[in-house]
Design a binder for this molecule. Structure first.
Ligand SMILES: Cc1ncc(COP(=O)(O)O)c(C=O)c1O
Length: 377
């Protein structure tokens, strides 16, 4: 178990922040790193060509180690939508073929597939939750030879239901379907071995569980797509990109690996030092230990909420870091507002209260949340 880490953040005593699924606060060390990074561009005469490469490579490596793959598999992207659009650009559907996804999936993981089937043919199949049925099994039942792409998250962003990605990946391989994952709501809090899952593409927007700056993220690209088409005609990821004086000798050749899918101006001087600092701290804590800590705290909190009338998926069905609590019938309509007026922050998605604590929360936070909820029900 990781003891409370609140001292690493600037969270006022009276604030109860249980909303990592919306956006994590930044650690003080990350803010300091960003401020250092922002100042680099105050004196461009001190920037060297290596400054365009070193931090990008370091951040790529730190993220790759977190998910147990090679840094050659990782591209730097600004958002989940950017990474997922890249995946859609490099995969095929067509008449009679399907893209399998979850109902109510996050829009960044829906729009690229809507566009793809509109342009190329095929259809979207949305797996609906069913009472007393395991969500992974429902997905597996729809993966067949007609299925071209399975586009799913690890954890559903509305209610925290979790999929078994290993068995989904195995099924995809059996039928020859591509697997595209949005891991934004799990990586950083749930130990994730992409080497073992072996998807085609997997994206993570890093401003939530990765505790990193907004507009930063990572795209895992399987080796079989390394000769694919990036979204941009980026120059810095081409072979010999370090040779600034030779850039007008245009080339079709990129550096090896997933680097071709990097966003333009990926050497983001201001934000990359923040990403590096956040990743270093995640490694220091160890994601396995973060997961264990959140699993234990959330299991206790879930039982307490159930006794107040909330309906919560069992611990086996939901992400260990994520509580989606269906509101009891007697709940005030403005519960979120009441909580916010008490400086307690959670979110609500479709009648489900999304409670996503993290290592900054202390026992007083949990107590204040529970007593405030109990008092207004
Ligand atoms: C599952 C999921 N994916 C992605 C995102 C963010 O997407 P984007 O980076 O495209 O804004 C969110 C934000 O809430 C999310 O919950």
């Amino acid at each position: 178990m990781i003891p409370c880490q609140r001292s690493l953040f600037s969270i006022p005593n009276e604030v109860v922040y249980l909303n990592t699924a919306y956006m994590s606060p930044l650690m003080n060390s990350v803010v300091d790193a960003i401020s250092y990074g922002a100042k680099l561009k105050a004196s461009p005469w001190d920037l060297t060509i290596n400054d365009f490469f070193e931090d990008s490579e370091l951040v790529r490596e730190l993220f790759a180690n977190l998910v147990n793959v090679s840094k050659r598999n990782i591209a730097l992207v600004p958002s989940a939508s950017y990474g997922l659009e890249t995946a859609a650009k490099n995969l095929k559907v067509g008449c009679g073929r399907s893209v399998v996804m979850l109902e109510n999936q996050f829009p960044s993981h829906v729009y690229p597939w809507q566009r793809l089937v509109k342009e190329k043919g095929g259809k979207l199949i949305k797996v609906k939750e069913k009472q007393d049925r395991n969500l992974t099994e429902l997905v597996l039942e729809l993966i067949n030879e007609q299925c071209a792409i399975v586009a799913v998250p690890n954890v559903l962003w509305t209610n925290g239901l979790m999929l078994d990605l290993i068995s989904i990946s195995q099924r995809c391989k059996e039928v020859g379907a591509a697997l595209v994952l949005d891991l934004t709501q799990s990586v950083g809090a749930v130990n994730t071995d992409l080497g073992q899952i072996d998807p085609d593409f997997a994206v993570v927007a890093a401003y939530k569980w990765m505790m990193s700056p907004y507009s930063t993220g990572y795209l895992y690209v399987s080796e079989k797509h390394w000769d694919g088409e990036p979204l941009e005609g980026n120059w810095i990821s081409r072979r010999d990109g370090k040779n600034f004086s030779n850039l007008v000798n245009y080339t079709d050749h990129y550096e090896d690996g997933a680097v071709r899918f990097d966003i333009g101006e990926r050497a983001n001087f201001a934000l990359l030092p923040g990403s590096i600092e956040a990743l270093r701290q995640l490694h220091k804590w160890d994601v396995k230990k973060i997961e264990k800590t959140l699993r234990q705290n959330n299991s206790i909190l879930s039982d307490q909420l159930r006794s107040l009338g909330f309906i919560i998926p069992s611990d086996a069905e939901r992400g260990p870091h994520f509580i989606g609590a269906k509101l009891p019938e007697n709940s005030p309509k403005d519960l979120l507002k009441i909580l916010a007026s008490n400086k307690i922050y959670v979110s609500e998605r479709g009648g489900v209260l999304r409670i996503t604590p993290n290592v900054w929360n202390n026992p007083e936070d949990y107590q204040k949340f529970l007593t405030t909820v109990a008092a207004v029900l």
